[in-house]
Design a protein. Structure first.
Length: 277
């Protein structure tokens, strides 16, 4: 199944004002966020990627054109020649499409329509959120439905308290967001090509297409209570880096516990750049 990745936004909340690196190229361990997302999909057998490029596109292109397998695979160096004992991307197919600097998510999707239109269904992702979501189950649930689209729904991550206030100003209740029947868009989608009938020119995938489908009863939500972590801010990215270095990286579903022990994570993290303060 093809995977559309939206990786052309400016990522203003992650910007330090000094670099033009797009958000999906910020690193967790020795690899960028987009690699972690792609490796997740590859684990489930989905290795045909369509990258919707925009801001900082050359960074993403150069990364894969000059990709170093030795950064995350064991190898033997003999007589100056490298023999890989494993591979990440040799069987991946990656299509690079420039979808505009200021395009909305919906418009980026419209501009890669020709690459997915013949598919029964396809996957889509914001390329900056990591999870251990059971993708096969999400896909099977969607296949069994007549919906046009489904998205991963996750509980709110913030610890802020919500207060209930009466008309006379009296506080009548206090709850955390996690205690309320509220779900967030988790950024993992399964779509049928009919989705293009619902995305207007320069429109948005969620605000326009998903909202219209929900009104028609043709939009599913796959509720996931497991690990889900965004990287919208420096604080969130720092937390991901800390999790990686400690060996607590549940999004890396492609690795067994023995492959990701804390010592290995610490050693791997030593060569990774420090997150911005």
């Amino acid at each position: 199944m093809k995977v559309v990745l939206f990786c052309g936004g400016y990522g203003m909340r992650m910007r330090d004002g000094q670099s033009d690196i797009p958000k999906p190229m910020t690193t967790v361990g020795p690899r960028p966020l987009i690699w972690h997302v792609m490796r997740y999909y590859a684990h489930f057998g989905h290795k045909d990627f369509i990258l919707c490029l925009g801001y900082g596109a050359h960074h993403i292109k150069d990364y894969f054109l000059d990709y170093s397998e030795t950064a995350s695979n064991d190898f033997v160096l003999s007589g100056g020649q490298v023999e890989l004992l494993g591979s990440d991307i040799q069987d991946w197919n990656i299509t690079f499409v420039h979808t505009g600097l200021d395009s909305s998510i919906g418009e980026r999707l419209r501009r890669v329509r020709q690459h997915v239109e013949g598919e029964e269904m396809f996957l889509a992702n914001y390329a900056d959120v990591l999870t251990d979501l059971p993708l096969n189950d999400m896909i099977d649930t969607f296949k069994a439905s007549e919906a046009v689209a489904t998205l991963a729904a996750v509980p709110p991550q913030t610890a802020f308290h919500c207060v209930e206030v009466s008309d006379d100003g009296m506080l009548t209740g206090i709850k955390t967001l996690q205690d309320m029947p509220v779900w967030l868009n988790g950024g993992y989608f399964v779509l049928r090509p009919e989705i293009f009938d619902y995305v207007p020119e320069n429109g948005d995938l969620v605000a326009d297409a998903c909202t219209a489908l929900a009104a028609e009863g043709r939009m599913l939500a796959y509720r996931h209570h497991g690990y889900w972590h965004p990287a919208d801010t420096v604080k969130e990215r720092t937390a991901l880096e800390a999790a990686y270095r400690s060996g607590q990286s549940p999004w890396m579903v492609w690795e067994t516990a023995s492959q990701r022990d804390p010592l290995q994570a610490t050693i791997a993290g030593l060569g990774a750049p420090e997150p911005a303060a």
